[in-house]
Design a protein around this ligand. Structure first.
Ligand SMILES: [Mg+2]
Length: 204
């Protein structure tokens, strides 16, 4: 595992994935697994790979149902933010617009969720784009002039890195033990904040 780095992060060329980076989406998945299927021993720490079908040992139809429920409008509203994300994003918004690119198919409910966790940020400073697939993120990020992209899916990070971007792999149980040569890892939002502080210091 590579050591976490703190590098100067220019918020003007920074964008974020949402699920697993800003939104603790899997917390809702786990809660629903407990409530609907009595899977009370399941925790996020069991999610040791991104493809849940490969690591949870559950029937496909149960996982499908839990994913559908987790991502629907009602449960999207209930997703807790990842600790530190609202505070750091509110601070970053003072310096640059906030750009989010999600692989979800629709942007509406997750945009409303982003607005709800950032009550002090003007909606005019927030862009949420739903790419519909992880592979489509690259072209969107290119078009937006993004250099740093915070993302929890290792394959997406590798894809972006090959194309010359600097993905920042946001650590989660499903990527923590995966080798990620050449990728920078972000362990939490305080590390992103530190990167921004260094950027501000160097710019003076
Ligand atoms: Mg994600």
């Amino acid at each position: 595992m590579s050591r976490p780095h703190v590098l100067p992060i220019d918020p003007g060329v920074l964008a974020f994935d949402i699920d697993g980076v800003v939104a603790d989406t899997m917390a809702v998945f786990v809660r629903l697994a407990h409530e609907r299927y009595g899977l009370t021993r399941l925790s996020k720490q069991d999610m040791l790979c991104y493809n849940l079908y490969d690591c949870l040992g559950l029937e496909k139809k149960i996982i499908d149902d839990l994913i559908d429920l987790t991502l629907d409008e009602e449960h999207t509203r209930e997703i807790p933010p990842i600790p530190g994300a609202p505070e750091v994003l509110t601070e970053l918004a003072k310096a640059a617009p906030l750009r989010f690119v999600t692989a979800r198919c629709g942007a509406e409910s997750i945009s409303e969720w982003i607005f709800s966790i950032l009550p002090d940020v003007s909606r005019t400073k927030i862009t949420v784009i739903a790419s519909g697939s992880p592979e489509s993120k690259l072209a969107i990020l290119h078009r937006m002039g993004i250099h740093y992209f915070v993302e929890d899916r290792l394959e997406t990070c590798n894809h972006l890195k090959e194309a010359g971007l600097e993905p920042l792999l946001f650590e989660q149980p499903w990527n923590r033990d995966e080798p990620a040569p050449g990728l920078l890892r972000i362990s939490d939002w305080m590390q992103l904040k530190a990167g921004y502080s260094i950027y501000c210091f160097l710019k003076k």
